[in-house]
Structures are given as C-alpha cells and as structure tokens.
Design a protein around this ligand. Structure first.
Ligand code: AMP
Length: 414
C-alpha cells in the first residue's frame, strides 16, 4: 500500500513513524512534512488547504490511502475531492469536520445525541454575551465559534477580559466552567463502528505547575493510572458512539479520528471539546503503545470495514513525550536556529525524536522553524521509566533559547 500523509507537525511525524513500521506500507509520502519526517517518507510540497492539489498529488503517487493530519485542511474540505476521486481517505468530510470547526455545531450535535457537556449559550451580540457570563458566573469560559488554532478559548476570573474576548469574535459559545482533571480519548471510526484508543493526558500550559499561557501542548503521557476503572467503556457508550450515530443520522457521517476532550468533574464526565483529528502531542504517546500495524486500521476506517477488524493490541507499558519549544513560544517564537544532538538523543534507542517545527538547512543541518520544535518520546515498563528515558533523550538536544516543561507526567508517575 502506498500511503500519503498530509501535514507537517509532530503528529504527522508520529503517524509516519508508525506507518513506516507497518510491513503493509510499501511507499510512504508526506506533504509538506518536515526535516524529521524526511527520514521516513518522501516529501512533496503542497498547499494543504487545496483539495484539488492534494487529490492531484495522491493520484500522481498512486496513493491507496491518504491520511489528513491537521484540522485546517479537514475543515477546508480536503477529504471531499479525494473521496469523490475514489481514493480511500482517513479524515472526515468538511461537513462532519464542523464538529471541530464550529463550537456551536458541536454543541448542537451533543444536545441531539444526549452527550454530557457544559451548559452553554451561543451569543452574537455583546448584550447576549454579558447576560450569558452573568448567568454562569466566574470562572468565565468564552470560546470563539470558529477554528482559532488553540487561541480561541479564554478561561478567566476577569469578567471584563471575558467580555473583551467575546466582543472580538463574531459568534461565541459561553459555557459553564468544568472543574476536574482532563482526559483526551481518541477513537477511530468509519462512521458506524467506533474503536476507542487508550486515554492520554496532555499539558496545555507553557510552564511547570500549569503556569503561563496556553499552548498547543507541551507534553503528554499514557496510561492514566489515576483514571476511574471503566472510563473508556463509559465514554464509548455515553459520548463517542452517540456522537457518531447522531452525525450519521444527520446525513454527515464522520469517518476518521474523533477526539473527545473530557473533564472528569465532581458531577460526572463531561465533554470539553471535540476535535476531528489526532491530537498533538497525545498522538505521540498513544501510537507509541499501539502494537497493531497502523495502516490497516486507518484503511479500514476509510473503507467502512472497521467492524471486521480484530481488537487493537497495545503495549502494556507507558509512554511519555516532552515538547521542546522555541524561545518566545507561544506568543513570538524565534526560528532559524541550528538544533544540536538529535542523533545523540536517539543513539541508545531508548528515546525517539518527533519533529514539529523543523526544516533542513543548506548544509543538511536541522533548523528550528516553528513554535513547537520537536518532541522527545519514550516508552517504558511504567510512567517513571518512560519519563526518565524521555528526559534523558531530551537532555542531549539543544538549540538557542530552547524551552520545555520539567514536570510532564511527574505526578502520575509517583
Ligand atoms: P477547547 O479548545 O474547547 O478544548 O478549550 C481549550 C482548553 O480550555 C481546554 O483544554 C480546557 O483546559 C479549557 N476549557 C475549555 N472549556 C472549558 C470549560 N467549560 N471549563 C473549564 N475549562 C475549559
């Protein structure tokens, strides 16, 4: 099978790494990719948001499966012309990707499906927003309705700041605050059958102790030793399956990766958000534990034959990933610095490096090219071992102004 992966972050590197280890994959391509992905896949330049260009590339390569990684191309509808051309594609249609592309749409689907989530109002005027804020009280949660690359959500005690954010958006969802730890649960679905993966937790804040600004994610781990028994079954039954069934009922079947961001509150499990694709950096740790070859699973989702697949096999151990980010990330990341120690980090085989914002320089050196630069991932018998290996690998890597959190999975590993 020839596989084409669309995207160029650490999530796509993790996908490419797993796909490259699948004996069924004879050729692996990625567009546009990054310097790390170039080691396992042939790279091609493409405008990820241009469905016609992506389809032409897939046809030229003779791809038997296209995997669309990021949300932007999915919401832009890149999967649709691929499907129309008869190419198996892992990723939802534009219509189904609205589950991530519009918070209001997601709320409507959840209401229709009876899925537990925060109570909310959709507001389009300052007056409505003010009333909604007062109805719920502090802490205030204000979400831009559309895709905002992780910058659309404000959670604050400050009513004025909450109202200011609402004013800056055309349409906002204002909702009740959910307390309790967060869990990311991914599920692979073909629109009917739902196959949950293992739960993971990510770290959204930039600094140790969950301080500093929100980021795309600074690290992740799996499994969650503190999670209640039966969590996955409960979420499958109350969240994932009803959501997939509701979308199918509406005539917009969702196939691809359904990501449930959950809060385990004192009043029960609630959905914080849905995403329509693999999460970054949780994908790095979830795939590190998956033993079933990946391509066949993604192809079964694309072809609607997930129900015939054997149960997924998992490594019993743990995985931890730690993100190294540029100086100034997330506000103002500095780029263009050479990265040292990449080979050393992987030399003894205990950790592996997944590239995010990197590119190859003129002399074959690897340069920083984005906010999140790379993530160092390791597996181990337990979280403590995986964590130690990931940080040992990370300690070999350096670039100017590099920053990372030192407490990824620390509490869970105790
Ligand atoms: P979202 O893009 O909806 O996932 O929001 C980003 C982050 O904001 C989430 O990961 C949570 O940490 C936080 N958040 C979102 N909604 C809520 C909520 N209702 N209560 C508390 N925190 C929230």
């Amino acid at each position: 099978m020839k596989v084409l992966v669309i995207g160029g972050g650490a999530r796509e590197h993790a996908l490419c790494r797993s796909l490259s280890q699948d004996p069924a994959v004879t050729e692996l391509h990625c567009a546009p990719g990054n310097a790390g992905i170039a080691r396992v896949a042939a790279l091609h330049p493409v405008d990820q948001l241009d469905g016609a260009a992506v389809t032409a590339l897939a046809q030229e390569l003779g791809a038997g499966l296209v995997v669309v990684g990021p949300e932007a191309p999915l919401v832009a509808g890149v999967a649709d012309p691929l499907r129309a051309a008869g190419i198996p594609v892992f990723g939802p249609s534009a219509a189904a990707a609205q589950l991530e592309g519009s918070k209001a749409f997601a709320k409507d689907v959840m209401a229709g499906a009876g899925v537990p989530t925060a109570r909310s109002y959709v507001c389009t005027t300052e007056q409505e927003a003010a009333e909604a804020l007062d109805a719920f009280g502090a802490p205030y949660v204000v979400k831009d309705d559309g895709l905002a690359a992780g910058k659309g959500v404000v959670v604050t005690e400050d009513r004025a700041a909450a109202l200011e954010h609402a004013k800056g958006c055309e349409r906002v969802v204002i909702e009740e605050y959910l307390d309790g730890p967060e869990v990311s649960l991914f599920a692979i679905t073909d629109g009917t059958t739902v196959l949950p993966l293992v739960p993971a937790q990510d770290f959204k804040r930039a600094l140790d102790g969950d301080q500093g600004p929100n980021t795309g994610g600074m690290g992740a781990y799996t499994p969650l030793p503190w999670a209640p028994e039966g969590l996955v079954e409960e979420v499958l039954e109350t969240v994932l399956q009803p959501t997939v069934d509701e979308l199918r009922r509406r005539g917009t079947p969702f196939s691809g990766l359904l990501y449930a961001g959950l809060a385990l509150t004192s009043r029960g499990t609630r959905v914080v958000e849905f995403n329509a694709r693999f999460g970054d950096p949780e994908t790095q740790v979830v795939l590190a534990r998956l033993r079933t070859p990946l391509a066949g699973v993604l192809l079964a989702a694309a072809n609607g034959t997930l129900g015939e697949l054997e149960a997924l096999r998992w490594d019993e151990g743990a995985a931890v990933t730690v993100v190294m980010a540029s100086k100034g990330y997330p506000a103002n990341p500095r780029t263009g610095d050479p990265i040292e120690g990449l080979d050393e980090a992987e030399a003894d085989g205990t950790a592996f490096v997944l590239h995010a914002g990197t590119r190859s320089g003129a002399e074959g050196e690897v340069l920083t090219a984005g906010g999140r630069v790379l993530s160092v991932t390791a597996t181990g018998a337990d979280l403590a071992e995986a964590r130690a290996k990931a940080y040992a690998g990370l300690s070999k890597i350096s670039f100017k102004g590099a920053q990372h959190r030192t407490d990824i999975a620390a509490r869970a590993a105790q």
